[in-house]
Design a protein around this ligand. Structure first.
Ligand code: SF4
Length: 77
């Protein structure tokens, strides 16, 4: 389970975030490129935009479900 106290600084404020368990596998970016981006230098993904519409939420949830290490959380501020 993702931990909001360990989320990366780059995550935009909101429900979704990526925490420090991320292994940079790229699955979330492939699944939902509108909302997830890779920081190639530091080697982890982060949330660049929060989903708003039901379709966007579905896309972001698909990314969450694709994460092999449960590094994506939805209990951000
Ligand atoms: S799917 Fe999970 S482990 Fe893979 S890049 Fe995204 S947050 Fe990181």
């Amino acid at each position: 389970m993702a931990d909001k106290t360990a989320k990366w600084e780059e995550n935009v404020p909101g429900k979704f975030y990526v925490d420090d368990q991320c292994i940079a596998c790229d699955a979330c970016v492939m699944e939902a490129p509108r909302f997830f981006e890779m920081n190639d230098i530091e080697g982890h993904a982060f949330v660049k935009a929060q989903p708003k519409s039901p379709e966007e939420l579905e896309e972001a949830m698909a990314a969450l479900e694709a994460c092999p290490v449960e590094a994506i959380g939805t209990d951000g501020e």
